[in-house]
Design a binder for this molecule. Structure first.
Ligand code: NAD
Length: 292
């Protein structure tokens, strides 16, 4: 279908809001998917700051936008402006997705859902599992909350004693209230003995810090001597696609799951929330390869 035929007087608008947004791959991915599925929507990206968010919500309502995304630094304020929040978004106090059902706007957090879904696709069920997760930022918090909501037995958080540490303690307190069946602990990442003990006793170890990502791609926060064949090692970092952590885990014979799948599954989860059907992910990947 040609673009001039695709946009009509009926076309519904969806969008990404935040700053910066110019680099985002979301418009290309969602517009390809709408076109592929014959759905009459168009997806744009708008560069807005936190102060402009009340006006953004007026626009969402005025233009009757079906849905869209929020990125940094607008995710927290967005959670205050929606009408309803998903369980994870309520616990976290932020949302990266909104869906507008006849004027009622619901905010969701899908990083954690995408992460768990990607594990599932790799044959890993988090229910009843003991997990160790490094990090306490946006991605880490979303994953910690989703692991608890999806029935993980333990979530042991390790983070440096930086500005994010208090956030990990806040997550622990909230999960003690909302998901009391899940044991959540918070430790200093510098305590290498505690970290080694936790990794030795867990089923899944996850990196959700910025370490491993370029320019820190020569770093892995887990000593490779801790890897054993029945340990599942997951990274949120997707650039490089195979981090040092993932390469070392593979070498040791662990099941190693990189961050690219999380990113893709998050997009797919969002698409399902927007239009109620599976995203044509494979077709989009093929299109991307052919149009590099
Ligand atoms: P953030 O800024 O919110 O959090 C950064 C985290 O890194 C904090 O926990 C901080 O304490 C930790 N950190 C910073 N310097 C450190 C150091 N020297 N040693 C150890 N830890 C350190 O970032 P975020 O948005 O949560 O992103 C974290 C990672 O998750 C990034 O690598 C990002 O690429 C990845 N991510 C992946 C996806 C995906 O879909 N795969 C989605 C979102 C984020």
């Amino acid at each position: 279908m040609k673009m001039e035929k695709r946009i009509s007087g009926h076309t519904g608008l969806m969008a990404l809001f935040g700053t910066p947004v110019g680099h985002s791959g979301s418009p290309a991915m969602y517009n390809f998917s709408f076109q592929h599925d014959g759905l009459d929507y168009a997806y744009m990206a708008f560069d807005v700051n936190v102060e402009q968010m009340p006006k953004v919500f007026e626009a969402i309502r005025l233009l009757n936008m079906r849905g869209g995304n929020f990125t940094m630094p607008c995710k927290n304020v967005a959670a205050k402006l929606v009408d309803k929040l998903s369980p994870a978004a309520e616990i976290i106090g932020a949302c990266n997705v909104f869906v507008n059902d006849d004027g009622v706007i619901t905010g969701h957090v899908t990083d954690g859902v995408g992460f768990v879904k990607n594990l599932e696709l790799n044959g890993v069920d988090v229910k009843g599992k003991k997990t160790v997760i490094l990090g306490a930022g946006g991605a880490a918090t979303a994953i910690q909350v989703q692991l608890a909501l999806d029935g993980a037995k333990e979530v042991k958080i390790f983070n440096p004693k930086d500005d994010f540490f208090a956030r990990a303690e806040g997550t622990k307190a909230k999960l003690a209230d909302r998901c009391p069946q899940c044991v959540v602990t918070v430790e200093d990442l510098d305590d290498k003995e505690k970290l080694a003990e936790a990794v030795n006793n867990c089923d899944i170890v996850i990196n959700a810090t910025i370490m491993g990502m370029k320019p820190y791609d020569d770093v892995s926060l887990i000593d490779k001597s801790l890897y054993r064949k029945d340990l599942i090692v997951a990274d949120t970092v997707y650039s490089p696609e195979k981090t040092k952590m993932i390469l070392e885990a593979e070498e040791a014979g662990c099941k190693a799951v990189g961050g690219k799948g999380m990113l893709e599954q998050q997009g797919a989860v969002n698409y399902e929330l927007f239009v109620g059907r599976k995203m044509p992910l494979e077709e989009y990947q093929k299109f991307q390869k052919e149009n590099k």
